[in-house]
Design a protein around this ligand. Structure first.
Ligand code: SAM
Length: 249
């Protein structure tokens, strides 16, 4: 099935979304971290902690951080959860190169590894390899949401957990209006000044608005086979935390 965000692409209506997304993230990688923390006023750190804390009681030992980008989520997850294995995967080598430098600086190179993988085609990992999968602010960029979710389901062990963080649009006055102004006017302006790629910061609000949210997203995750799917809106609904389990069989 086609979802609206799958047709929102950074550069051109034609051509593959995956290719364009990869190109965009390779391009913005050097300024990504600074802009990310600036645009979210640092609240992204609180959202990341919420997601990791949800996993804590399950003590996952083999974690894959999908769409790991520059590795912030992977580093925090390693520090808080101390798994035996943590693999960050992404389609953008430019983003992961920055992540690798950070991991080295943090002396975690033997704990966190990176894999060049497209979650919307076939992941190179065996079935049931991981007991937790995390995706922070990446799923909105997937070229094929159903395929991405079904691949995550395949490589997750029965009883394993999925946690997704994604930006969403608040529904209530006045935050809805304020967020619309902030994301459609302010973010593209700041993106133009601080990043080498102004189109990337037009793509950002468009992809947030088009992405399925709340109950609709819950249904899509269930359709991929997951159980006990729940979601919690964070910070007036600017971000949503989705959690799910692969049933034991
Ligand atoms: N998770 C990181 C974070 O929390 O800062 C990075 C998020 S960044 C906004 C989105 C990332 O998703 C990019 O690094 C991009 O390359 C990656 N991505 C997009 N589509 C992907 C796919 N099909 N498979 C793997 N990674 C993908």
């Amino acid at each position: 099935m086609d979802y609206p965000q799958e047709n929102i692409k950074p550069y051109s209506k034609d051509g593959s979304k995956g290719e364009q997304v990869k190109q965009m993230f390779d391009h913005i990688a050097p300024t990504y971290d600074r802009l990310n923390h600036t645009l979210s006023f640092g609240i992204d750190r609180y959202w990341r902690k919420k997601a990791i804390n949800w996993l804590r009681p399950f003590h996952p030992k083999h974690i894959m951080d999908v769409a790991t980008g520059t590795g912030d989520f992977a580093i925090l997850a390693y520090r808080k959860l101390q798994p035996e294995e943590l693999i960050g995967t992404d389609i953008s080598e430019g983003m992961m190169n920055i992540g690798q430098i950070k991991v080295k600086k943090e002396k975690l190179s033997d704990k966190i590894s990176f894999g060049h993988e497209d979650c919307c085609t076939r992941l190179s990992y065996a079935d049931k390899k991981f007991d937790a999968i995390t995706v922070a602010f990446g799923i909105r960029n997937f070229e094929n949401l159903d395929k991405g979710l079904s691949e995550m389901y395949r490589v997750l062990t029965p009883g394993g957990h999925l946690v997704i963080l994604e930006l969403t649009t608040p529904e209530r006055f006045p935050i809805k209006q304020l967020f619309h102004f902030y994301s459609n006017i302010f973010i593209p302006l700041l993106g133009k000044r601080l990043s080498a790629d102004s189109k990337a910061y037009h793509y950002l609000p468009q992809s947030i608005e088009a992405f399925p949210q709340g109950e609709i997203m819950k249904g899509i995750i269930e359709k991929a086979g997951f159980n006990d799917v729940r979601f919690k809106k964070l910070t007036f609904g600017i971000c949503t935390l989705y959690t799910a389990t692969k049933e034991n069989n």
